[in-house]
Design a protein around this ligand. Structure first.
Ligand SMILES: [Zn+2]
Length: 141
């Protein structure tokens, strides 16, 4: 058994713990370059009454707050399911080096009733460029 599989099984165990606690069944952990587990989380979106309480997002926020960029880039997130769009964005912003997942988003969908997944809100734009650019212009220089 590879070490990746060992840590994936630990993430799956965290998902089972979440389900045992009445939460959505998802778990994740963050490992350093030597494989040491730095932090682990499971979904708490029901108990926290927080739609963003996905384990991947909580770990990405933790890494951005607690790790320097070089250390974050040397970590691997092991997660029981492929990160959703919200979490994937946070992972990208946190600078984590690698993500290893067990279930794919497609495999998860095959285990859910039809129409259960996330849907995107209709979005309109861009608009009012000349006004919207004022607070942004010069900020990134
Ligand atoms: Zn997510």
């Amino acid at each position: 058994m590879s070490y990746d599989q060992e840590l994936l099984r630990r993430a799956i165990g965290l998902a089972a713990t979440a389900r045992d606690k009445g939460e959505p069944p998802f778990g994740s952990l963050l490992a350093g370059p030597d494989g040491t587990v730095l932090a682990e989380e499971h979904n708490t979106s029901i108990g926290d009454r927080d739609i963003t309480a996905h384990p991947e997002l909580k770990l990405a926020r933790w890494a951005a707050r607690e790790l320097d960029p070089a250390t974050a880039a040397a970590t691997t997130m092991y997660t029981s399911c492929q990160p959703c769009g919200m979490c994937a964005g946070a992972i990208a912003r946190s600078g984590l080096g690698r993500v290893v997942y067990a279930l794919s988003g497609e495999q998860l969908a095959s285990l859910q009733p039809p129409g259960t997944g996330f849907t995107e809100a209709p979005a309109e734009g861009p608009a009012l460029f000349d006004e919207a650019r004022v607070p942004v212009e010069g900020y990134y220089t």
